[in-house]
Design a protein. Structure first.
Length: 128
């Protein structure tokens, strides 16, 4: 009989690796925009408030030259590996990322490494 693999150990190891490479290099937050309610009569949002910012532990990476195809991945796109450590929300396409005062849009697809239901980390493709 084979032993059951413990993915929680992999999750902890991934958190440590991401934290090691992120340490002191970037200041990142996930922005949850509070636009309010859309009013189709005025074609605008009303009742919005301040954006909510969630701290991230992440690593910012450039795409390799051979990965840039000019369609799905553009020259200035970045890849962000997000740790689950301390993460209070799951990243979606509705969020933005602020890294060292630069705002990035999350574009599809958001990749989640989640074997057997344990989320290890998220990979985001971002564009200005």
């Amino acid at each position: 009989m084979s032993a059951i693999f413990n993915y929680n150990k992999s999750k902890i190891k991934a958190q440590k690796i991401i934290a090691y490479f992120a340490a002191g290099s970037i200041n990142a937050v996930l922005i949850d925009e509070n636009k309010g309610t859309y009013d189709p009569a005025t074609l605008s949002f009303t009742g919005g408030g301040a954006d909510i910012e969630h701290n991230l532990i992440c690593v910012k990476l450039d795409y390799k030259k051979e990965q840039i195809d000019g369609k799905l991945i553009l020259q200035d796109d970045i890849k962000i590996i997000v740790s689950t450590e301390g993460l209070t929300v799951i990243p979606t396409l509705n969020h933005k990322i602020k890294i060292d005062s630069e705002i990035w849009n999350i574009i599809a697809p958001i990749k989640t490494l989640r074997p057997t239901g344990t989320t290890i980390f998220y990979t985001l493709q971002c564009r200005k």
